[in-house]
Design a protein around this ligand. Structure first.
Ligand code: GDD
Ligand code: MG
Length: 360
């Protein structure tokens, strides 16, 4: 038996313009709530018991995933009264674990899309005899992450969460948000108060001489912290670049979910997803984008690397590039919305209200 804790308690505020009432892990990626991909990958790696540690909009998880049996899992839910931070959330579910003191327990951040070989991480943990093993990945700019330098054997020498100064940036290896803990280490985290595993537990373990082992793995890895990353991740799932057994359908250039209506001459490419009940009009061109359920894209709209929220409407000939349009928003015809723009849920933009190009 292998068990895992999934941390899904963050507020996900950076996705807020998109979804008022949907917690980030439940926003559909490649047609199913993002969390489904993490659960299905864990199951495929031999995990059979999962404890979901939640603190925010917790009530939406259990009705959807139930006891987990449809995914071949046994899922339990634990809701914090107040957010306990990553370490506090882990400690808070310790009583639900079934593992013995020396058994490995997997822990996953709930906002990561990755092709990590989960079994290899557990094997590394077991052979190295570490107290904690961490999946590490390399990024160009590590400032938004936990920096994890290692010695030549992969043993972790420091943990620097969100390094600020250039002197702190001593490596391009970062914490990729998947760990194996020896069960007894979880029980030693202080109980009943907020604890950051990154700022308190890992540095504390290191200064006490504990063995933290890093496993650098250069497989697909994406932090879905921003709407733009979310769109990218969804497209990569559809294209098959990010492996997941939970993609509903064959991987390819597009995923059109049942009950969506797409005009025959509309062109959908680059991992575009069209959700249930959504409508795409004649001549629309959509690339690398996510159109959530019941949204309408009118004729001739051109949408690239963008996210269109549930029930939103994109007017005829409107151009979206790197845009996020929240649930229920209405963007009138002949608008042009580019890089980084976020249209709030329910907002209304009249015809031709925003343009970048000249008036011609
Ligand atoms: N249950 C619970 N309670 N979960 C929480 C809480 C809490 O109070 N706070 C955060 N989480 C969950 C989040 O939902 C997310 O899945 C995970 O813990 C990490 O928290 P984030 O808030 O997303 O942290 P981050 O993205 O800034 O940094 C973390 O992830 C990076 C990789 O993406 C850190 O672990 C970094 O070290 C790491 O590099
Ligand atoms: Mg995060």
């Amino acid at each position: 038996m292998t068990e895992a804790i999934l941390l899904v308690g963050g507020k996900g505020t950076r996705l807020r313009p998109l979804t008022v009432n949907t917690p980030k892990p439940m926003v559909p990626a490649a047609g199913v709530p993002f969390l489904t991909h993490q659960l299905a990958r864990a199951h495929a790696a031999g995990v059979d018991h999962i404890v979901l540690a939640t603190s925010y909009l917790a009530e939406v998880f259990e009705p959807y995933f139930g006891d987990g049996s449809s995914l071949g899992l046994s899922i339990e839910y634990v809701t914090e009264d107040e957010p306990l931070g990553t370490g506090g959330a882990i400690r808070n579910v310790a009583s639900r674990l079934r593992s013995g003191p020396d058994d490995p327990v997997l822990i996953f951040n709930g906002d990561i899309l990755t092709g990590l070989d989960i079994k290899a991480l557990v094997d590394t943990h077991n052979t190295s005899g570490a107290d904690v093993s961490l999946h590490l990945t390399r990024v160009d700019d590590p400032r938004a992450f936990g920096l994890v330098p290692t010695d030549p054997t992969g043993r972790v020498t420091a943990f620097l969460e969100k390094p600020q100064t250039p002197e702190e940036i001593v490596t391009d290896q970062i914490n990729a948000g998947a760990y194996v803990f020896r069960r007894a280490v979880i029980d030693e985290i202080p109980e009943g108060r907020p604890v950051s595993v990154e700022r308190e537990t890992f540095p504390g373990l290191l200064s006490a001489g504990a063995h933290l082992q890093g496993m650098v793995d250069s497989t697909y890895w994406l932090d879905l912290g921003t709407p733009q990353a979310f769109v990218r991740g969804s497209a990569d799932l559809v294209l098959g670049r990010a492996p997941s057994p939970a993609v509903p359908g064959r991987c390819g250039d597009r995923l059109i979910l049942p009950t969506a209506e797409v005009a025959p001459d509309a062109k959908l490419t680059g991992g575009t997803v069209v959700g249930h009940g959504a409508v795409v009009g004649e001549g629309a061109r959509i690339t690398g984008s996510t159109i959530l359920s019941d949204a309408v894209v009118e004729a001739g709209a051109v949408i690239t690397d963008s996210l269109v929220g549930a029930g939103a409407r994109i007017g005829a000939r409107t151009i979206l590039a790197g845009a996020v349009v929240g649930d229920g928003a209405r963007v009138g015809p002949d608008n042009e919305l580019r890089e980084g723009v976020r249209v709030w849920c329910g907002a209304v933009l009249p015809t031709g209200a925003v343009r970048f190009s000249s008036d011609q």
